[in-house]
Design a protein around this ligand. Structure first.
Ligand SMILES: [Zn+2]
Length: 204
């Protein structure tokens, strides 16, 4: 039987080499496929409420006898959204981009700030997959305004309406939200980035 041993060894080595080479080329082939990188960002904001009105929220004016107070137009939802966008792309936060000691930002339209932040996110190669936001307000009732706010956000960012969702919660009569001393908002944003095929792939 001994003459078969070297023959066996020869074919076994050829087989192992074939498997290794094919595995290698499959790996190389995978490297040529563009990959989608996804990233998530979170934003939170709070503003004091004081007598006045209307309430600037999500880029629209909601009829109310109180208004949010801040250096800009104090749009709590757009501020949370801007922070979520910047956070997802690792581009810092709204305070770094629009310092509140800069006179240029006094009474500034938060819709404009959101668009500037969004342009930076797009310049970094990302595009928005979806946005989900919550407004924490004891009053006014936001049921009738949520669709309008979501639509306004989709217009500001050139998105389809189904990429934006806005929810509302009360403060159950307690703490700053529940006693109408403050309004708050939270937002989550998902971004995706198309990565180009690896340069080393074609080189093997
Ligand atoms: Zn704010």
């Amino acid at each position: 039987m001994w003459p078969f041993r070297p023959l066996f060894r020869h074919f076994r080595n050829r087989f192992v080499a074939a498997i290794f080479n094919s595995t290698n080329s499959v790996t190389t082939w995978f490297k040529t496929i563009p990959m989608t990188l996804i990233r998530v960002g979170i934003g939170h904001d709070t503003h004091r409420l004081e007598p006045g009105g209307p309430l600037r929220l999500g880029g629209i004016d909601v009829p109310f006898d109180r208004q949010a107070v801040g250096h800009s137009d104090a749009d709590v939802l757009l501020h949370a959204l801007t922070d979520a966008l910047l956070g997802a792309a690792a581009l810092g936060d709204i305070g770094e981009l629009f310092p509140d000691n800069d006179p240029a930002n006094r009474d500034r339209d938060s819709g404009q700030m959101l668009q500037i932040a969004h342009a930076q996110v797009e310049a970094a190669g990302y595009r928005v997959v979806n946005i989900d936001g919550i407004v924490f307000a004891e009053k006014p009732k936001l049921k009738d305004y949520k669709p309008q706010i979501a639509r306004r956000i989709s217009e500001l960012l050139n998105l389809n309406p189904d990429q934006v969702n806005v929810k509302a919660k009360t403060g159950e009569g307690v703490d700053a939200i529940g006693t109408l001393a403050a309004i708050a908002a939270q937002c989550v944003v998902l971004l995706e980035q198309q990565t180009s095929p690896s340069h080393t792939a074609t080189g093997g």
